[in-house]
Design a protein around this ligand. Structure first.
Ligand SMILES: [Zn+2]
Length: 438
């Protein structure tokens, strides 16, 4: 809290002070989490990281459970998909506020000037893979909740913290799995806050929709010196790309949304050509042989708006392919859906949105910005599988730094976001839970 802001009350000031005093502990916890290289893929060291969180919270009186998503994609004895869920109850019934963070990080990649798993602290920042996305946010939520307990403020209701896996690869073994078991549904939970790095002064209420598909064009092999005797699948794919380029992309760019997506460039419908391959593999030894390719595959990544119908999103691609089949000799295709998630947007009047926005204003002294993420995150599973609409993302860290080399999180931001999370939690604990209210 800024000194020039009027203190809401002595108890709030005391809570904020306690979090500020635990700044070094917050940094230490963030570093400890970064030093466990929970790289996904393949899903390394998940159990170590889940146990670090679980042991810490068990020592604070939480009931801790570990849930392995056996049978989920990637799960094996070498790479178990281990999630941790910790819960503590107040002396009286009331709402449950749940903080969910994904413990997996994307691979470090190239271009780092510091050790990606060293947790270096320099100039008010903690560096490392996952510093902002999202181990800094997990640490901030833990410090927020622990500080509330230290202050004796859990007088009713319950608090939960989960560390979940595989968010970066769809979340099926993490929040998706737990949601299927009822962990993200009423009456167990009332409000979910996901400390993703959306910036310290923003409430993220949802995300655009996603539709990934693989298109395969088909042809017939022949000698490369006589291509007229074959049927070139790569040229067919060229025709598909041409239609996407000249027809679909301009049409998508013209579709604007009322969703407050950040960055601004994502306030339209988009398509990315994620991958394309045709003909012989690139990594063959020696020289290629002269062949007309009979297969070409392309993966597309459509991100769409809440104003768009998912059937239309698919239908636009099918229309292009069917039209080419009609007018282009020898053209044939297969279309396979890879994954699909509907757009989601939590109501601006939802208690969790209001509580976090008010807490941002109280801590930072400026109004909160309500935003929507261009890409999806685990909120989709909470909303779709858990049927829980009171879910947002809020956490420290700058979104643009996620997945980049030299990723970092600001220490001031972490402290402020922990204060926001603690104050918002107090606000929500004081409201009747939906399950108990009639
Ligand atoms: Zn993330």
């Amino acid at each position: 809290m800024r000194p020039d802001r009027p203190a809401a009350d002595a108890a709030t000031a005391s809570l904020f002070r306690r979090i500020e005093e635990r700044r070094d502990e917050l940094v230490a916890l963030t570093r400890d989490l970064i030093r466990i290289p929970t790289v996904n893929p393949p899903g390394d060291a998940y159990t170590d990281c889940a146990e670090l969180i679980g042991r810490r919270l068990a020592a604070r009186g939480f009931t801790v459970g570990y849930v392995r998503a056996e049978g989920a994609a990637g799960d094996s004895d070498r790479y178990p998909r281990t999630n941790v869920v910790a819960r503590i109850e107040g002396p009286r019934p009331g709402p449950c506020i749940h903080f969910n963070g994904h413990i997996d990080v994307v691979p470090a990649g190239q271009g780092w000037t510091v050790d990606p798993f060293g947790g270096l602290v320099r100039d008010g920042r903690v560096y490392g893979r996952g510093a902002c996305d999202m181990k800094g946010g997990i640490a901030a939520s833990i410090i927020a909740v622990e500080s509330l307990l230290d202050e004796g403020r859990l007088t009713a209701g319950a608090l939960e913290i989960s560390g979940t896996v595989d968010e970066e690869s769809g979340g099926y073994g993490g929040v998706g799995h737990l949601a299927g078991l009822g962990y993200f549904s009423r009456p167990r939970v009332d409000h979910v806050i996901i400390p993703e790095p959306l910036n310290v002064d923003r409430v993220c209420v949802g995300h655009r929709g996603v539709w990934w598909a693989e298109i395969e064009t088909k042809g017939r092999v022949a000698h490369g010196s006589m291509p007229f005797l074959g049927n070139c699948a790569v040229r067919h794919m060229g025709a598909v790309l041409h239609r996407i380029e000249t027809e679909l992309i301009p049409r998508l760019a013209a579709r604007r949304t009322g969703m407050p997506v950040v960055p601004e460039g994502a306030r339209q419908s988009t398509i990315n050509i994620n991958a394309i391959h045709g003909g012989q593999a690139e990594d063959h030894g020696g020289l290629p042989s002269p062949m007309v390719p009979d297969r070409c595959r392309m993966v597309i990544d459509r991100r769409y708006l809440i104003e768009e119908d998912p059937e239309t999103v698919r239908g636009e691609i099918v229309a292009i392919l069917d039209d080419l089949r009609r007018i282009r000799p020898g053209f044939d295709y297969d279309l396979r859906e890879v994954l699909a998630f509907l757009p989601t947007m939590t109501d601006a009047e939802a208690p969790v949105v209001q509580a976090v926005a008010a807490a941002i204003e109280a801590v930072l002294g400026r109004p909160a910005e309500r935003v929507v993420s261009p890409g999806t995150y685990d909120q989709k599973h909470v909303v779709r599988v858990g049927q829980l609409k009171d879910c947002i993302a809020y956490g420290p860290g700058i979104l643009d730094l996620a997945h980049q080399p030299d990723e970092w999180v600001g220490i001031d931001d972490m402290v402020h976001s922990a204060q926001v999370m603690a104050l918002a939690t107090l606000d929500l604990l004081g409201r009747p839970s939906r399950a108990s209210a009639t």
